[in-house]
Design a protein around this ligand. Structure first.
Ligand SMILES: Cc1ncc(COP(=O)(O)O)c(C=O)c1O
Length: 400
């Protein structure tokens, strides 16, 4: 009997994609769907990126390139990423990747040993737990407190979870799904913990530039003692509406980057050559087009927040980052006589086509934790449909 690797049972997934499949089936059968479930973007990639990429396709940049990425692109990214975080990086600190996600497994492969305990956010991006478990580490979730200013990392809990087996902290400032953004104090407390306990850090910066505040974004990497222990997950996916292009980078200390390059050689050989040429040429010239994407997202966010706050039982603060809204729906579930969140989700989807993810799509809730939270993504639905969908959702909640 042919066998599969026993380790495969440890591999998790992104269950948000199964919500997409459910919604797609309903849509194919003629049901109108309001897609708030997936963090994909229905806005075109900036024109300059598309045009410049075409130019490099036509000039035959179709061969292999260095596994670590082309030098000009790595230099441009080192400058851009370093200056926005107040840190000096050079090309040797930047390794190009096919998207943001590969940094997670490559980083863990380089620094995690069997049995190591890895702190990761829960609710959070589900691939962290999947990869920690799959690669033989022990995933240790830390949570968030819901406050009047939004969601905050539960620092007391986090501290209490650290012991001699803890080797890594995964940190996602401007967080998916809660939109939590750390204050300077919170970041300093985290950095102190990492230094005191000699931890590696993965700073997932997927939403570092998806921000609606004039205050510059904060990064853990510029706190003394952090640059040498931190790898940054960088991606073009969200800021430039390039989720399907698959382009990103890992940024960090040179010795770690040398190991990551060896993984690139063994895995994809190199990342798409002509896209790298194009982005190297225009890095810094697409900021205005990126701002247009951001202002479209901001308008959608304000529309969603206003509509949701008009619903009896919902009170939501307007978050300053990401394109997600993480909603406490305790009151509306009680008002509508639901005690099972999955039943609530399925009924909203099947009855009114209002599609979203719940707390359970972002990791298993802890024993005793209230799971009555949902995440709405507004990146894949335009304003007109948001208004229509929200009206139907409100009617369904208040009048049916
Ligand atoms: C927090 C977080 N990290 C990483 C990623 C992966 O980004 P990419 O699509 O560029 O691989 C995502 C995508 O949704 C994300 O939400």
């Amino acid at each position: 009997m042919r066998k599969y690797n026993k380790r495969l049972v440890k591999l998790g997934t992104e269950t948000a994609f199964s919500v997409s499949s459910e919604a797609n089936i309903l849509s194919k059968n003629g049901k109108k769907i309001y897609p708030f479930h997936l963090g994909d973007i229905n806005i075109p990639t900036p024109n300059l990126i598309r045009e410049t990429t075409r130019k490099y396709i036509d000039s035959n940049k179709n061969g292999y390139c260095p596994s670590e990425g082309i030098l000009e692109f790595r230099e441009a990214l080192a400058q851009d990423i370093g200056s926005k975080r107040g840190v000096v990086y050079n090309a040797e600190n930047v390794i190009i990747q096919p998207g943001g996600k590969p940094t997670i497994w490559k980083f863990l492969t380089c620094v995690m040993n069997k049995g190591d305990q890895v702190l990761y956010p829960n609710p959070g991006y589900p691939i962290y737990e999947s990869q920690i478990r799959f690669q033989g580490g022990e995933p240790i979730p830390y949570g968030f407190n819901e406050t009047a200013e939004g969601y905050k990392i539960n620092l007391d809990e986090l501290k209490s979870l650290i012991n001699e087996k803890t080797t890594i902290l995964i940190y996602n400032n401007y967080q998916n799904p809660t939109s939590a953004s750390s204050t300077k104090d919170e970041i300093e407390s985290l950095a102190k913990l990492c230094i005191e306990n000699d931890l590696w850090v993965l700073s997932d910066d997927a939403y570092f530039e998806i921000r609606y505040s004039d205050e510059p974004p904060l990064s853990i990497v510029n706190i003394p003692g952090m640059r040498e222990r931190t790898a940054i997950l960088y991606t073009f996916s969200k800021r430039f509406a390039m989720t399907g292009w698959r382009i990103g980078a890992t940024i960090g200390p040179k010795n770690l980057m040398n190991q990551i390059t060896r993984l690139n050689v063994n895995d994809e050989s190199c990342t798409n050559h002509f896209i790298q040429c194009a982005l190297a040429e225009i890095m810094g010239l697409v900021d205005d087009e990126a701002k247009l994407i951001l202002s479209e997202l901001e308008e959608r966010k304000n529309t969603c927040v206003e509509s949701l706050n008009s619903i009896s039982g919902i009170s939501l603060i307007n978050p300053e980052s990401t394109f997600y809204l993480y909603l406490n729906i305790k009151n509306i579930m009680i008002q509508k006589n639901y005690n099972d969140i999955e039943r609530f989700r399925l009924d909203a989807l099947n009855q009114i086509g209002f599609s979203f993810c719940t707390r359970h799509h972002f990791g298993a809730p802890k024993k005793g934790e209230d799971d009555r939270y949902i995440r709405l993504a507004y990146s894949g639905i335009n304003k007109k449909e948001i208004l229509e969908g929200m009206k139907i959702f409100k009617d369904w909640l208040e009048n049916s």
